[in-house]
Design a protein. Structure first.
Lengths: 176, 255
């Protein structure tokens, strides 16, 4: 297997994978090191850029994904039937933000921050696979702990949780 | 509570419209504090409390569901206000049992932090809408034509609408009290008809100020019906609430 072949296989894997494929899976399937795989994927993306392709490879949800560049969005939308129904209610978004930054967190803890019960918001987040149960808290009643999913990272274009923008801590802005 | 529901008996049908726009009592409090345009620490809690209670009244008058959480915060605000009027007790035995102004404002700031993060998330999701992947397109193109949900670009909130409704309702009441009541049979305003009428008006792209729309109402019942019908159309995604200028709220539909 030469470099060109390896790159072609990686391209096939990233293209066909139903969700962002991890470096680990790429390396395992090709029988090469993760470092080499990362390097080859980088070259592949450079190749795309060199021939001014509409496609690009991005790192998202702890893996790699081939996607179209934003400048082609309006053309793609013209195909029709490509609209997303991912829009979340303000309540659900608030709930999601709290889970994302405070995970693992119980429902009661979410309710305390929001000052309101969050059952249905949480339910809709679970149905959309943005939030999941991640364990039980060692406290009375062993309440369920919630955390975000890989799907959450993918939907919001995040590589991993470390890439979450920091919470606003500027008192000046918060007090406005 | 994630949604405000309301019931109107317009003589024919009972309506229950659930709106996912309500975010809760802290959201309302934040709205009122921000309206004061001063730093959260400098806000007059007495004034905000009055406004908060007036909002609850209006919501009840409009048959919007006021859940217990709204009432709990109302009670907390009133308690803080009452305690600020009393001389400070020398002992601080029960101090921890009461929510103080400080702890409430800290809670509000903490809430705002996440509200801002949530707005940021909405923005990110919008940017992600510009990027298409194969697996996404597969599922989207295979899926049945789904009615897209209302766009998240609701730049103004339900509270902004309530601001205006409240003001006009108060004006209506004064006017009604000034005029001697003519003996006319009570007239029913049909919510269904109001919804249909508004929907027709907004068909094919239309934009108007929410205040002007409400001012067309000839009486309180019509005003309330117009408000409720607007909410229904927002919920159905047929119109969007947008803010243009500091206090002007507009309703618009796409052509």
């Amino acid at each position: 297997m030469n470099i060109a072949e390896a790159k072609a296989i990686l391209e096939a894997l990233i293209f066909a994978a139903p969700e962002p494929i991890t470096l680990r899976d790429c390396a395992r399937i090709l029988g090469i090191s993760e470092r080499t795989a990362a390097l080859l994927i980088r070259q592949l993306d450079d190749d795309y850029a060199a021939r001014q392709s509409a496609l690009t490879i991005r790192q998202v949800a702890k893996g790699y994904q081939i996607c179209t560049k934003p400048e082609y969005a309006e053309y793609i939308r013209a195909i029709g039937r490509t609209s997303r129904s991912q829009n979340l209610s303000p309540a659900a978004l608030e709930c999601l933000a709290i889970v994302a930054y405070k995970q693992p967190i119980t429902r009661v803890e979410i309710d305390e921050i929001r000052g309101v019960r969050s059952d249905s918001a949480l339910q809709s987040l679970i149905e959309r696979e943005l939030v999941m149960e991640v364990g039980r808290k060692e406290a009375i009643g062993r309440p369920i702990l919630f955390g975000t999913t890989n799907r959450f990272l993918e939907v919001f274009g995040l590589k991993d949780l470390a890439e979450l923008p920091p919470l606003e801590e500027n008192q000046q802005i918060l007090l406005e | 509570m994630e949604s405000g529901g309301f019931q109107v008996d317009d003589g024919q049908n009972q309506f229950t419209i659930k709106l996912p726009v309500f975010s809760g009592p802290l959201d309302l409090l934040l709205h009122l504090v921000q309206k004061e345009q001063v730093s959260i620490w400098d806000v007059s809690l007495a004034k905000v409390t009055e406004e908060y209670l007036r909002f609850i009244d209006t919501m009840q008058e409009l048959n919007l569901e006021v859940t217990c959480e709204f009432l709990v915060l109302a009670a907390t605000l009133v308690q803080i206000k009452a305690r600020s009027l009393l001389p400070k007790p020398t002992t601080t035995v029960d101090e921890a049992e009461y929510e103080t102004e400080e702890s409430l404002l800290l809670r509000l700031i903490e809430y705002k932090k996440f509200k801002m993060a949530a707005e940021n998330f909405a923005l990110r999701a919008e940017q992600e809408n510009e990027v298409f992947t194969k697996s996404y397109l597969d599922s989207a193109l295979l899926a049945q034509d789904e009615q897209p949900l209302p766009a998240p670009e609701t730049k103004a909130t339900i509270w902004d609408l309530l601001d205006i409704v409240q003001e006009l309702l108060a004006a209506q009441t004064i006017e009604a009290e000034a005029k001697p009541k003519p003996q006319v049979p009570r007239e029913f305003v049909s919510l269904t008809e109001t919804i249909v009428r508004l929907q027709r008006r907004f068909q094919g792209g239309y934009r108007c100020s929410f205040r002007d729309l409400l001012l067309e109402a000839r009486n309180k019942a019509e005003l309330i019906a117009t408000f409720l019908a607007s909410l229904e159309l927002v919920k159905l995604g047929l119109i969007t609430i947008v803010r243009s200028g500091a206090s002007n709220i507009e309703l618009l539909s796409e052509g």
